[in-house]
Design a protein around this ligand. Structure first.
Ligand code: SF4
Ligand code: SF4
Length: 383
C-alpha cells in the first residue's frame, strides 16, 4: 500500500518564534504551504473539546494556532479556526471555550474564530458506517481544511490524534447520539474513518509539544514530548503518534479500521518518516489500553458465545466513579447517551446493565472523578 510521509521535528516550547520555526520545519518535507494560494480561505479544525487553559494540554495550543495563522496569512490566505466541543454548539459555549483556551492569541495573529453555528446533513453512500451524518457547516465555507490536533490518551479510542480529531465535525449535541448509534468501539472507529474520508483535510498537524497522558482526553496529565508531527494522511500520522507513546498501531481502533480498508500500514517500519522519531519515543507514557475484547473464542456455539460473553464481562474496560472525588455535578448524567447514570446522595451511580462503554462520562467529568477501569486480569493479559 502507498503511505504518505510523516514529518517530525523538535519543538521545545510554545514560545512564538519556536512554534513558527518548528511549523515551517515540519511542513518542509511535505512541500511546505506552497499549495496555499492568495485569496484562499483556510479552516483550521483545532481540538477545542472543552474550555481548558492551554497549560492543561486538553486543547491545541493557541501559540501554535497563532503561528500557523501567521504562515497562512503571509501566503495571502484568510484563516478561520473552529471546533465543536462536547456541549451545545452555540455562541455562549464557544466564546467561553475560545476565551479560556487562549484563542485570543490566534485572533491577534489575524485568525477569525468561527461564529457560524449552523448544521448540515451529509449523505455519504460510500461510507462503511456513517452513510448519513450531521456536521458543522462552517467547514463548507473553506477552500481547504487543516486538521490541527493534540496528542492525547483517550478513554474509548486509546489515542486521540489526527483521525479522532475529526469527530469534532459532528455538532456537540449530536455526539452522544453517535455514541449510541455506534456503541462498539470498532464501529465507532469506522464512523470516524468515514468522517476523515469525507472531509479529507489537506494537511494534518499534531501538537505533541506537551501531550496528555493518563485519564485523557480531558482530565489526564500534561506530558512533555517536545515535538510536532505532520502528514497529508491522518492514519500515517496516527501510526507514528501511537508508536511514540508505546501503543502498537493495531491497538488503536481508528488505525485498525484504516488498516482494514488498506488506508494505514500494519507496522511503523512501513512508514516514510522525515526526522528522527526515535528521539521522541516514550516508554513511560501512561496509556489507556481499552480493547473491546482481549481473547477470542469460537462464537458459533452456545458454549462459545457464553464463554466469550463471560470473558468480555471480565476483561472489557468500564467507567468507574471515584466516590471520594465525585462532586455530584451531574455532568456525566447529562452527557450519558444511554441515560444510565443517576445522582444518588450527591454522587454519580452507574446502572451497568445499560452502559455502552462510550466513556463520554469519563471525557466530560470536570474533576476527573470518572476513570477507565480495567480488571486486573485484563491488565495482566495485555501487559
Ligand atoms: S455510563 Fe459512561 S460509558 Fe456508560 S454509557 Fe453512560 S456515558 Fe457511556
Ligand atoms: S461528572 Fe464527575 S463529578 Fe460530576 S457527577 Fe459525574 S462523576 Fe461526579
Amino acid at each position: 500500500m502507498k503511505t504518505d510521509p510523516v514529518s517530525i521535528v523538535p519543538c521545545a516550547d510554545y514560545a512564538p518564534e519556536t512554534c513558527e520555526r518548528a511549523l515551517s520545519e515540519v511542513l518542509r518535507p511535505l512541500g511546505g504551504l506552497d499549495w496555499v494560494k492568495p485569496g484562499m480561505r483556510i479552516a483550521i479544525k483545532a481540538n477545542l473539546v472543552s474550555a481548558a487553559k492551554p497549560e492543561k494540554a486538553v486543547t491545541t495550543h493557541p501559540a501554535l494556532l497563532a503561528a500557523l495563522t501567521r504562515l497562512l496569512i503571509a501566503r495571502g490566505a484568510s484563516v478561520v479556526i473552529g471546533d465543536s466541543p462536547g456541549n451545545l454548539f452555540n455562541a455562549s459555549v464557544l466564546n467561553r471555550v475560545y476565551s479560556v483556551s487562549g484563542l485570543a492569541e490566534a485572533e491577534r495573529a489575524g485568525a477569525e474564530l468561527n461564529h457560524d453555528f449552523s448544521e448540515k446533513e451529509a449523505f455519504y453512500p460510500d461510507a462503511v458506517q456513517a452513510k448519513s451524518f450531521s456536521y458543522t457547516a462552517w467547514l463548507d465555507h473553506a477552500d481547504a481544511i487543516i486538521n490541527f490536533c493534540k496528542l492525547k490518551s483517550h478513554g474509548m479510542m486509546s489515542l486521540s490524534a489526527a483521525a479522532k480529531n475529526m469527530f469534532g465535525t459532528v455538532p456537540g449535541t449530536k455526539k452522544p447520539e453517535y455514541h449510541y448509534r455506534f456503541p462498539n468501539p470498532n464501529d465507532f472507529a469506522e464512523m470516524i474513518v468515514d468522517l476523515d474520508e469525507y472531509f479529507r483535510p489537506a494537511l494534518h498537524i499534531c501538537d505533541a509539544v506537551v501531550a496528555m497522558e493518563g485519564n485523557g482526553p480531558t482530565q489526564g496529565k500534561p506530558k512533555a514530548l517536545g515535538c510536532l508531527l505532520a502528514s497529508k494522511d491522518p492514519h500515517c500520522l496516527d501510526v507514528l503518534a501511537a508508536t511514540l507513546i508505546g501503543l502498537s498501531p493495531a491497538e488503536v481502533p481508528t488505525i485498525a479500521a484504516a488498516q482494514r480498508r488498506g488506508l494505514a500500514p500494519e507496522r511503523v517500519e512501513q512508514l516514510t518518516v522525515a526526522g528522527d522519531a526515535s528521539a521522541f519515543m516514550r516508554g513511560d507514557f501512561e496509556l489507556i489500553r481499552n480493547r473491546n475484547s482481549h481473547l477470542f473464542v469460537s462464537g458459533r456455539t452456545v458454549f462459545g458465545r457464553a464463554l466469550q460473553a463471560g470473558m468480555n464481562a471480565c476483561l472489557v474496560s468500564k467507567p468507574k466513579v471515584s466516590r471520594r472525588a465525585c462532586v455530584g455535578c451531574g455532568r456525566c448524567r447529562d452527557v450519558c447517551p444511554a441515560h444510565t447514570i443517576s445522582i444518588v446522595n450527591g454522587k454519580a451511580v452507574i446502572d451497568r446493565k445499560h452502559c455502552i462503554k462510550c466513556f463520554c462520562c469519563q471525557e466530560f467529568c470536570p474533576v476527573g472523578a470518572m476513570r477507565v477501569h480495567r480488571a486486573a486480569v485484563a491488565r495482566i493479559l495485555t501487559r
